[in-house]
Design a protein around this ligand. Structure first.
Ligand code: ATP
Ligand code: MG
Length: 465
């Protein structure tokens, strides 16, 4: 249905000037994931062009271990599907093939092309909003055109399985050497086409320690409000990549500096920057980055609970003051309000908002310790996350009361050992995230699981208390 190509394939001679032969670059097949090689070879043996592109090539050239390997080809998604039994086609906006190897997903994209007048009339292929945002981009093209449709020059380097050479159409090699992040084409047009590219600029700058080129940095603050037009579900996936990929602190600082954070978290820093909120977020991200470096699991719920905590407290106080309501009741209402505002921007799935609520409610229950109550709180599935949260609050607020409470619970844990599985943020499997698991449609790693007995028990306990 979308198989039309916008021009003839360029001749080998035309491509030659962009080619870096095998003996002039450092990528070896040994560095490439076995499944990615299988996909490359099967496409190649079936007579298609097959090249590695994006983070796989970029990170190998930087001497880093790629998070995933993306492949591009002149085969259409339907042709790719016909070659692989373990393939599913995804995406309407940007149609792609996913080849599944157990938990690993290799993404195969057909070369994208330029849009001509006729394409613009065909809503199946291209759809653009009034502001220039590409709502659909399914015009197929040739290798050199594909490069120009990509975002940054360092992401438009291709490793060709046919002769192990690299193609560099946009100057990505030079930018890598200079550690510079440059958008391909006119930055303003490219950000308007897809505002998520602004967040990607921040993500790559933080992750790879690259400098965002001046011409690429300049429009970001101005165009930041365009992020409001991005579907909330896409934001959820992007925010995970931003904050839970190991460089959360650096990324957070850049997001703030470039005024993107405020677009994602409209309730945070609504009345200007708040030192306490900033300090707790920074500390939580330092801890999260460390956990990821140690290969431990992390949960989006913890970060969301942290990000929204002080706005929640403030709202609860206002509500209680305005209506004379008991603080506890106001807190519960404020919790609903804060979350319902937040999910309009970032579609946090219910299982995570449930965990966020648990962590928050436990902040109310941790101070009421003693006897059976302490035991019930301690056995809660989110106890550990809530305790870590409490210690952060004690540190940030420099509160003697909270410090004493933290010390009390510290002591309690020493004397009341729980089974090992209760000792990390890891307990609620459905709400955890293992870096590197995430790919594409955002659904896979968060498969809904049935409540475990422990969780059911904890729920019963929390509703009894
Ligand atoms: P990561 O290490 O996070 O996987 P990546 O560069 O591989 O980084 P992906 O999201 O996997 O990022 O995308 C693969 C490639 O697809 C990118 O390198 C880029 O060439 C292209 N791409 C992805 N998103 C966009 C976008 N919004 N606009 C243009 N090109 C994009
Ligand atoms: Mg990638």
């Amino acid at each position: 249905m979308f198989a039309k190509k916008s021009k003839q394939a360029p001749s080998a001679a035309a491509l030659d000037k962009y080619k870096i032969p095998r003996d002039q670059h450092s990528i070896s097949r040994q560095d490439i994931d076995e499944n990615a090689l299988k996909v490359l070879y099967r496409l190649h043996n079936a007579g298609f062009r097959a090249l590695l592109v994006g983070g796989g090539v970029r990170d190998l050239l930087l001497g880093l271990k790629p998070k995933d390997f993306d492949i591009t080809t002149d085969a259409t998604p339907e042709e790719v599907k016909a070659l692989f039994r373990n393939c599913r086609l995804i995406g309407r906006r940007f149609r792609l093939a996913h080849i599944l190897f157990g938990r690993e997903v290799i993404e195969v994209a057909t070369f994208r092309g330029h849009h001509d007048e006729k394409d613009a009339q065909d809503k199946q292929k291209v759809k653009q909003s009034q502001g220039g945002m590409l709502l659909r981009d399914n015009v197929y093209g040739e290798l050199d055109e594909d490069a120009e449709r990509r975002d940054f020059t360092v992401n438009a380097l291709y490793y060709d399985i046919a002769d192990f050479s690299i193609y560099d159409f946009c100057g990505g090699m030079n930018d890598l050497a200079e550690r510079k992040l440059t958008l391909i084409g006119d930055p303003e047009v490219r950000y308007r086409e897809d505002p998520v590219r602004m967040m990607r600029a921040i993500r790559f700058a933080a992750k790879l320690d690259l400098t965002i080129s001046e011409q690429c940095a300049e429009p970001i603050r101005r165009l930041a409000p365009l992020l409001q037009d991005i579907p909330a579900a896409r934001h959820f996936d992007e925010v995970i990549k931003l904050l839970l990929s190991g460089q959360g602190l650096a990324t957070y600082r850049l997001l703030k500096e470039y005024k993107l954070l405020q677009m994602l978290f409209p309730i945070l820093f609504k009345e200007g920057e708040d030192d306490k909120a900033n300090a707790i977020i920074e500390q939580a991200l330092i801890d999260t980055d460390q956990r990821i470096a140690d290969g431990k699991r992390v949960t989006p719920a913890y970060i969301y609970a942290i990000m929204l905590w002080y706005p929640l407290e403030q709202r609860a106080q206002e509500m209680s003051f305005e209506s004379g309501m008991d603080y506890h009741d106001a807190f519960m209402l404020a919790m609903n309000e804060v979350l319902s505002i937040q999910v309009k921007t970032i579609a946090i799935p219910k299982r995570f908002t449930a965990a966020v609520r648990d962590i928050w409610i436990l902040q109310q229950r941790l101070p009421r310790f003693g006897g059976k109550r302490a035991q019930r709180v301690y056995q809660h599935i989110k106890f550990r996350a809530a305790f870590d949260f409490l210690s952060l609050r004690a540190k940030v607020e420099q509160s003697t009361e909270l410090a004493e409470l933290t010390a009390w619970w510290q002591e309690y844990q020493l004397h009341n050992k729980l089974p090992e599985h209760n000792y990390s943020h890891k307990t609620n499997k459905a709400s955890e995230h293992k870096p590197g698991e995430h790919k594409g449609d955002g659904k896979k790693p968060y498969k809904k699981r049935k409540y475990s007995n422990a969780k059911r028990k904890a729920k019963a306990i929390s509703s009894n208390d």
